[in-house]
Write a protein that binds this ligand. Structure first.
Ligand SMILES: Nc1ncnc2c1ncn2[C@@H]1O[C@H](COP(=O)(O)OP(=O)(O)OP(=O)(O)O)[C@@H](O)[C@H]1O
Length: 308
């Protein structure tokens, strides 16, 4: 769905490329998280996709169409864009902000009103309470929800997100990540998301693309990248706890349950393998019962983590 080939950006007067020969495909209905150190070119790459930055070389196809030949304004109406500081119009109500793209698309007033209610509800904001407020009457987390609602309002097939949860505290951030993840899957959007947070990247990205100095170091499914970093730089960037993080991507059902019973508090069915490891450590146990029947053994969990 998003097909990027040989994409390069050299800013005028710069002595090197900010993005260098990046080839990357994001299949329809999937998400890819762009990670990398500060200055590695993540935002520049993202902003080339909706032509806020014009590439120096390379091609971008969206849904098979050449994005570089399309009119930039109509291209942007087909691509939702969510940024860290949200960029809401301060004097407009939440409803008016969310209606920006539907209005540009020329929808009639009744359709716009229905859509605004629908997307506000989708992002967990009660339209009756929030539609008429101004941005300064919202919390940071609520503002970011409005940003997501606005990006979804025109029902674009593609969503670009640049540190969308960067400005909120860790608790709100976790909840927003969870909800947005569920929503994007449900709506089958094709998503490119910039983050500097590895945990957020593997949580939100089906695939992860790692940049260094504008070049793509590795592009792989999240669990694969955590298990097999391409080089020393990738291993260091992903962090010493990467195998632990990888366990958080798998449900309990990834391991065959043992049939023998075990004492202790049962692990809930929706626990991840990382939750299971935490519970085993907390209980000082080598096995724990599963709420769904049978038991889980520490040995099996460690073998799974080491097998990659
Ligand atoms: N408008 C611009 N003009 C000139 N150079 C720019 C411009 N925007 C970005 N750059 C340069 O391009 C490089 C990549 O910047 P970019 O913002 O894409 O990195 P990033 O990985 O998103 O960083 P961060 O995580 O800090 O946001 C940097 O060296 C930056 O200084």
């Amino acid at each position: 769905m998003i097909d990027i080939r040989g994409l390069t950006k050299r800013w005028p007067g710069a002595d090197r490329n900010s993005v260098s020969d990046v080839t990357l495909a994001v299949p329809e209905g999937t998400s890819c998280a762009l990670i990398g150190p500060s200055g590695s070119g993540k935002t520049t790459l993202l902003r080339m996709v909706n032509r806020l930055v014009e590439p120096s070389a390379g091609s971008i196809r969206i849904g098979g169409e050449d994005a570089l030949r399309m009119d930039a304004v109509s291209l942007r109406r087909r691509i939702g864009y969510v940024i860290q500081d949200v960029g809401l119009f301060p004097h407009w109500s939440v409803a008016a902000n969310v209606a920006t793209v539907p209005r540009l698309l020329g929808w009639d007033a009744a359709r716009i009103a229905r859509r605004v209610e629908e997307v506000l509800a989708l992002v967990g904001l009660d339209p009756a309470r929030f539609a008429e407020r101004r941005p300064h009457q919202l919390s940071g987390g609520e503002r970011q929800r409005v940003g997501v609602a606005r990006a979804l309002a025109g029902d674009p097939p593609v969503l670009l997100m640049d540190e969308p949860f960067g400005a909120v505290d860790p608790v709100v951030r976790g909840r927003l990540q969870e909800e947005v993840l569920r929503l994007l899957k449900q709506l089958r959007k094709t998503v490119l998301i910039v983050t500097h947070d590895v945990a957020e990247a593997v949580r939100l990205g089906d695939a992860v693309a790692l940049l260094r100095d504008g070049r793509l170091v590795q592009h792989a499914p999240a669990a694969e990248m955590l298990a097999q970093p391409a080089d020393g730089f990738a291993a260091e960037f992903l962090g010493a706890d990467r195998l632990l993080l990888r366990l958080s991507l798998f449900p309990l059902s990834a391991l065959p349950a043992r049939t023998e019973p075990a004492p202790g508090t049962p692990l809930p069915v929706d626990a991840t393998l990382r939750d299971a490891l935490a519970a085993l450590l907390a209980a000082g146990a080598t096995t724990l019962p599963l709420a769904g029947g049978g038991s889980l053994a520490l040995d099996d969990l460690l073998a799974f983590a080491a097998a990659r």
